[in-house]
Write a protein that binds this ligand. Structure first.
Ligand SMILES: [Zn+2]
Length: 106
C-alpha cells in the first residue's frame, strides 16, 4: 500500500480558470470582480464583489469573455465591461507561460 504522503503545512487555495478550466493556485490567476462600476481586474485581491478567476493571458481572458465569465459572475458583460477588459488584455501575454518547472503537477 502506498503512503498517501499528506503534507502538513499551509493550504494553498485553488481556483479554476474560467477560460481554460484548469485549476491553479489562486495566486497564479487573475481575479475579475463584478463591482458597481463594472467588471474590473483585481490585482490586489481586495475588491468586494462576486469574482471569477482567469489566467492572466489573452487566450484565457478572451475565452472567458466569450461566455463563461458571464456565468461565473452571474451577469452579462456590458459593452463598457468588454472595452475595459479588452484594453486590459492588450497588456497581457498572448498565451499562458509554459511552466518549465512543473513541480507537483498531477
Ligand atoms: Zn486559463
Amino acid at each position: 500500500m502506498a503512503k498517501k504522503g499528506r503534507r502538513k503545512g499551509r493550504h494553498i487555495p485553488q481556483r479554476t480558470c474560467v477560460g481554460c478550466r484548469e485549476v491553479n493556485a489562486k495566486g497564479d490567476l487573475l481575479r475579475l470582480v463584478r463591482t458597481p462600476k463594472g467588471v474590473q481586474p483585481d490585482a490586489s485581491g481586495k475588491l468586494d464583489g462576486r469574482g471569477a478567476y482567469v489566467h492572466a493571458n489573452q487566450d484565457c481572458l478572451g475565452r472567458a469573455m466569450k461566455g463563461p465569465l458571464n456565468g461565473a459572475l452571474q451577469m452579462v458583460l456590458s459593452a463598457a465591461d468588454r472595452e475595459g477588459l479588452e484594453a486590459y488584455m492588450r497588456d497581457l501575454p498572448a498565451e499562458k507561460a509554459r511552466a518549465s518547472n512543473s513541480e507537483g503537477a498531477g
